[in-house]
Design a protein around this ligand. Structure first.
Ligand code: ADP
Ligand code: MG
Length: 380
């Protein structure tokens, strides 16, 4: 069912507008965004669609094709952050709240969601939902909110209303990415640059392996990693770990005495450097040269930042041993997805090797997709 069909069946035959925003994969630059560092994501061709219209009920009524229950509704005045379990509607109401907090006046709406971004697979279905809703709500209320601001409001919704202390990468990618490009986002400098990423021209593909593993500790461990990074920056007298130059890494590490903090810092500083290296290769069109940096990123996330999972390591190892040029977990970790850069000629063999490795361990069968850089949030 499309978002428009769902809108009609839930709210009747009136007119509606449609908007969408994509999921993303991160090519490299993991856990660096909330350290004011460098990230290199691209939007994928899986999107969350929203169909909506204003109503005169003073209520925000929402429904999702991915959630079986009936219409959910809150009065406009009741849309406020609260304690309690996270509910999918928090992602929608959170964006409504963030827009009103930014000084815009919003009224009642009917809103239907449909998505082919896999939920909880590390491909950022949450940012896709937030950004589609942000563009939809602002536009139907007559506000022309720039896409980078939609991203910031979406992040605020997730941080404050949902209660997840994420950085800005996912939302910036979903809101602003361009087809055929990766987004080089320097969070500290607040600059974005689209860099052409044409794998096909080099005879390569990017595979995304959704391992189907979702480890419960993910959100709590994410918050702990963030806290450790902030603690290390404070001990070093820095605003953020971004302020450590690669050349100054050994000196910075020598001024920390906690082994865990040392490893967390080493990941962030080396990861920023790997992003710079990969950007350098992509500027030269040397896509096939980036593989070792992708793999080094995985090793650093696994050993120093400790956010990998058995399933992610198995997928990376199987991909590398069957011909991938590089492979790494993508997204926050503790499950989710792996990306592998592969010559097109071995894509099928890599897929088979990954499936065989999971089958041999009686793990849930992963889903392997080919992805290409797609466009960000838009009116449809
Ligand atoms: P990810 O962003 O990696 O997919 P998250 O845990 O950050 O995983 O976000 C997933 C949550 O976002 C879901 O549990 C749900 O609450 C919400 N969500 C995302 N897409 C949809 C959708 N199409 N319909 C309803 N809720 C959704
Ligand atoms: Mg998410």
């Amino acid at each position: 069912m499309s978002a428009g069909d769902l809108f009609r069946s839930a709210f009747g035959s009136g007119a509606f507008s449609e908007f969408s925003a994509p999921g993303r994969v991160n090519l490299i630059g993991e856990h660096t965004d909330y350290n004011n560092g460098l990230v290199l994501p691209f939007a994928i061709d899986a999107r969350t669609h929203v169909a909506l219209s204003r109503n005169d009920l003073g209520e925000v009524r929402v429904v999702s094709a991915q959630r079986p229950e009936q219409i959910r509704s809150l009065r406009v005045g009741e849309i406020q952050p609260s304690e309690g379990d996270v509910d999918w509607t928090d992602y929608v109401y959170g964006v409504f709240w963030a827009l009103t907090q930014s000084g815009r006046t919003l009224g009642g709406v009917d809103l239907a969601v449909d998505s082919n971004v896999p939920v909880g697979a590390g491909l950022s279905s949450s940012a896709a939902l937030e950004c589609a809703v942000g563009l939809a709500l602002s536009t139907v209320h007559g506000y022309d909110v720039p896409l980078p601001e939609i991203a910031r409001l979406a992040q605020r919704a997730e941080n404050v209303y949902v209660g997840m202390p994420c950085g800005l990468m996912d939302q910036m990618a979903s809101a602003t990415c361009q087809a055929g490009s990766v987004l080089f986002f320097d969070v500290g400098a607040d600059t974005c640059e689209n860099i052409p990423f044409d794998t096909a021209a080099s005879g390569l593909s990017v595979l995304v392996i959704d391992t189907k593993a979702h480890h419960e500790l993910a959100d709590g461990e994410y918050a702990k990693r963030r806290a450790s990074c902030e603690q290390a920056a404070a001990q070093l007298g820095l605003k953020s770990l971004r302020d450590i130059e690669f050349d100054g890494l050994a000196d910075a590490l020598s001024r920390l005495d906690d082994d865990v903090l040392i490893r967390r810092v080493r990941h962030i500083v080396t990861e920023n450097e790997r992003v710079r290296t990969v950007v350098g290769y992509l500027r030269q069109g040397a896509v096939s040269s980036i593989g070792p940096d992708l793999t080094a990123s995985h090793v650093s996330l696994r050993d120093d930042f400790e956010v990998s999972a058995e399933e992610l390591d198995i997928a990376v190892d199987a991909a590398l041993s069957s011909g991938a040029l590089g492979a790494r977990m993508t997204g926050g970790g503790f499950g989710g997805s792996v990306i592998a850069l592969v010559p097109e000629s071995v894509a099928a063999a890599v897929t088979d090797a990954v499936l065989a490795a999971f089958a041999a361990r009686s793990l849930t069968t992963p889903v392997v997709r080919t992805v290409a850089p797609a466009t960000g949030a838009r009116a449809d």
